[in-house]
Design a protein around this ligand. Structure first.
Ligand code: MG
Length: 337
């Protein structure tokens, strides 16, 4: 067996539309591609650094290199990335974890979902995210998204009611809402009441992560279920959220990769919580990794690669509103063209 060779490369992703959420706007994302090569096989992973958590392309690249230098046996893919992790650099940890899972499944000669023992037919429909904008632009984006069963609408601005009303007048698609911590306890209940009237299924992160007690109190009166996103990173965060949230949103970039995502799913289920699998703006490398895990979750929100002007990789494919993992060995991703 040859030595493992790990390379981190910058991966700039241009967005199809300027993307706005409650915290800001952007036209490009600066991710990191990780290649892990051993015995003639190339495993790929991707980091989508989260600025909010102090990560960027430079810190993620440096973290991947530091991790590679002290990485243990790469065949121990369930723990190798975590044991070498650089504190505060979860996206880099995820990139290496994904690349090691890709390599492992290639060694086994099976697609990753099969190595995990999962049934590809259980992949749930993915939602498609509509960012914050004027009601006119939001309606235009909703019309473009008719291929999806479910839409996730980003709220948290002053014109939430206007936006949601315009969306509901445009489509009968299932709707979810992500407030991205943008509400306050005194206005949330009123918003929840009219969202329930519009048939919204659940609300992601209504209040700031620091307001756990307030969220618990709000949920006692809420007509809609809550899913935690900014409040949850890893498995150890989940027990204290029980009773405040009905479910959690797992993102590989927040938790450090596939191995931790599997632990989170187990812990959430033990607390009777639902599980949603989300993403950042990512190429098909990281999205495909999530797609392989998605048969285990209730709700998929894996539209990150669909928001790109051009995806540099092929991998998971959108079939009947589902992001399906490929059946080739490993992740099944390849450079486009
Ligand atoms: Mg969210």
């Amino acid at each position: 067996m040859s030595a493992l060779r790990v390379v981190a490369r910058p991966l700039e992703l241009r967005l199809r539309h300027t993307f706005r959420i409650a915290r800001g706007a952007s036209d490009s994302r600066f991710n990191v591609l990780v290649e892990a090569e051993q015995d003639g096989r190339l495993g790929r992973g991707e980091a989508a650094p989260i600025l909010r958590y102090g990560e960027d392309q430079a810190s993620a690249s440096a973290a991947v290199r530091a991790m590679a230098a002290k990485l243990g046996e790469p065949r121990h893919f369930a723990s190798a990335a975590r044991e070498a992790a650089v504190p505060g650099q979860a996206a880099a940890e995820a990139a290496l974890d994904i690349a090691l899972h890709d390599l492992a499944a290639q060694r086994c000669g099976v697609p990753l979902f099969e190595m995990l023992g999962l049934d590809r037919r259980r992949v749930p429909a993915t939602s498609f995210t509509i960012g914050i904008d004027t009601p006119e632009v939001v309606v235009a984006k909703v019309r473009e998204a008719s291929a999806f069963e479910v839409l996730k609408i980003k709220l948290g601005g002053d014109n939430d009611r206007e936006i949601l009303g315009a969306v509901r007048d445009t489509t009968r698609q299932r709707l979810r809402v992500d407030a991205n911590e943008g509400w306050t306890p005194d206005t949330a209940l009123e918003r929840l009441a009219w969202l329930a009237q519009l048939g919204v299924e659940y609300v992601e992160q209504p209040l700031p992560a620091a307001m756990l007690a307030e969220t618990r109190e709000l949920r006692r009166h809420s007509p809609l279920p809550f899913y935690a996103d900014e409040s949850v990173h890893r498995a150890a965060d989940i027990p204290k959220l029980a009773g405040a949230f009905d479910g959690i949103n797992i993102k590989l970039m927040k938790c450090g990769g596939i191995a931790e995502a599997l632990r989170m799913i187990a812990v959430a289920r033990a607390h009777g919580m639902g599980v949603m699998l989300g993403c950042m703006i990512e190429s098909s490398v990281a999205i495909t990794a999530a797609a392989h895990v998605s048969p285990l979750v209730d709700h998929a929100d894996l539209d990150g690669a669909l928001l790109l002007a051009e995806d540099p990789f092929t991998g998971a494919t959108l079939v009947d509103g589902r992001v399906l993992p490929p059946e080739a060995p490993g992740l099944g991703v390849a450079p486009r063209r």
